[in-house]
Design a protein around this ligand. Structure first.
Ligand SMILES: Cc1cc2nc3c(=O)[nH]c(=O)nc-3n(C[C@H](O)[C@H](O)[C@H](O)COP(=O)(O)OP(=O)(O)OC[C@H]3O[C@@H](n4cnc5c(N)ncnc54)[C@H](O)[C@@H]3O)c2cc1C
Length: 446
């Protein structure tokens, strides 16, 4: 059924043809004029690519004022495009996907065609070439409707694609990024194992050198797109247990002999996002598929997670927004004792608390995005943003059910799904407890 749906034809690129014109009319100049001040704007050939303008516009905003998070036109366009797409192609189907745990691969491909699976990938590798502000907007907007699909989009962008983008050599980038950024291929990223989640350095999946190859044996658990992923970045042990330089990152393509998907998890929430085991049995991976150098995998993974935590912060934010907006609307419509329940201070105060937590989380998330865009250290702030917004998502969606009363406890209204989905945010890509460890270590170093 899902495979035959017509998709909305708008793409980020078509939206940005409009944006190009508007930014040009408003006097924005191409990025490289800023970088090469020797050329005057008049003598510089006009660059048509919208993303160049997008980045220029973001950079100008970032330079003016660190806390200037007013939404850019790029973000507004992305927001609108996702809303239009989601109303036609996600909302009507998402409860069935949830109920039956269907991973909507065709919808993922369509999101790829819209540029949403390579949001941070430069245009020369087929991506949309945006920064983290636009990326956060995309995840928030998707999560407001279906957090579960937003988790898949976030994992694809920031884990598998993000790892290759940050650490692959040029030949590897040319090989994998265009397929991932266009959504032709779905990506997976394997760090966690059955016995090692928070304590990833104790992983047991091993890779042994054999001529021009490494041979992988072991399994990875809880992997987003562990069965449906076309390609996976896999962290495996090449050195001693507990040696942070004893782990290496390999890219393993689906179809490689000895690599298969295993058990699919039956989850509380995020049910349309596939979570599954990946199994490696004498899986021969060419040395050409190693990202960076042998032994760098663990350090790379920690850097990837710094960015990944911004994704989960955005996911939590969108989930909280979705639950809050539904509760706000319902509170004005539902009458008890002859008046809307929003007239009762007990309900109005709940809404006030929800809104405050969302806005506080948004500021932290945008600060992390700002730091990431500008290449500044982000570990502490991304951990804070992830921890705060995840916990806020759980609190806000819990209170949203309370605002809905008995109706909130049914599947006829969206808040029970937000409630189930929100809990993942406090677990995936480092639990809340681990975020507190990261934050504490960082402040104690100061
Ligand atoms: C839906 C979903 C999708 C996922 N996708 C991926 C993916 O794509 N790729 C991937 O590699 N992994 C993925 N994961 C795995 C996820 O990152 C781990 O579940 C997470 O890191 C926690 O590990 P764990 O489940 O083994 O919990 P554990 O590490 O066993 O933790 C159990 C409890 O102990 C606490 N704890 C552990 N250590 C400490 C400590 N030192 N101090 C205080 N408390 C501690 C934890 O906070 C938690 O409350 C996914 C998980 C889920 C649920």
């Amino acid at each position: 059924m899902a495979a035959t749906r017509p998709f909305h034809s708008g793409t980020i690129r078509s939206w940005f043809q409009l944006v190009d014109q508007r930014l040009h009319n408003r006097g924005f100049v191409p990025l490289f004029v800023f970088k090469n001040n020797t050329k005057s704007p008049k003598s510089t050939p006009y660059i048509k690519h919208s993303t160049i303008f997008a980045r220029t516009y973001t950079e100008i905003n970032s330079q003016v004022d660190k806390m200037h998070f007013e939404e850019t036109e790029n973000q507004m366009m992305i927001r609108q495009m996702i809303q239009d797409f989601a109303e036609k192609n996600i909302r009507p189907y998402m409860m069935q996907w949830d109920e039956e745990q269907i991973f909507p691969k065709d919808t993922m491909h369509a999101l790829g065609e819209m540029g949403l699976l390579g949001v941070l990938v430069p245009e020369n590798y087929g991506g949309s070439g945006f920064g983290y502000f636009e990326y956060v907007t995309a995840i928030v907007e998707l999560a407001k409707i279906d957090s579960s699909l937003a988790l898949s989009v976030a994992a694809h962008n920031s884990l598998c694609t993000g790892h290759i983008l940050q650490f692959a050599n040029e030949e590897q980038k040319q090989r994998w990024l265009p397929k991932l950024a266009s959504g032709q291929w779905i990506g997976a990223w394997g760090l966690t194992e059955a016995n090692t989640g928070s304590d990833a350095m104790r992983m047991r999946c091993v890779a042994k050198e054999d001529g021009d190859h490494y041979i992988l044996n072991g399994s990875k658990n809880w992997i987003t797109h562990g069965i449906s992923g076309d390609v996976a970045v896999v962290l495996a042990r090449t050195g001693d247990l507990l040696d942070s330089h004893g782990i290496t990152a390999f890219v393993v393509e689906r179809g490689t002999s000895g690599f298969r998907g295993g058990k699919k998890e039956n989850k509380l929430g995020m049910r349309c996002s596939e979570t599954a085991e990946m199994i490696f049995e004498d899986c021969r991976v060419p040395k050409a598929n190693i990202l960076g150098k042998v032994g760098e995998g663990f350090i790379q993974a920690m850097k990837v997670l710094d960015g990944g935590r911004i994704s989960i912060a955005a996911l939590g934010l969108g989930t909280a927004y979705g639950a809050y907006e539904a509760a706000l609307k319902y509170s004005k419509e539902r009458e008890q004792f002859g008046q809307p329940i929003s007239n009762f201070q007990a309900i109005a105060f709940k809404l006030a608390d929800m809104k405050m937590q969302i806005e506080a989380g948004e500021l932290l998330t945008m600060e992390a995005a700002y730091l990431k865009n500008n290449g500044k250290p982000v570990t502490r702030v991304s951990a804070m943003a992830k921890y705060y917004t995840s916990e806020a998502a759980v609190k806000v969606s819990t209170e949203a059910i309370q605002v809905f009363g008995g109706y909130g406890y049914t599947k006829d209204f969206p808040v029970e799904k937000f409630y189930r989905d929100s809990k993942l945010c406090t677990i995936g890509e480092g639990t809340s407890e681990i975020q507190k460890l990261v934050i504490a270590r960082s402040i104690l170093k100061d």
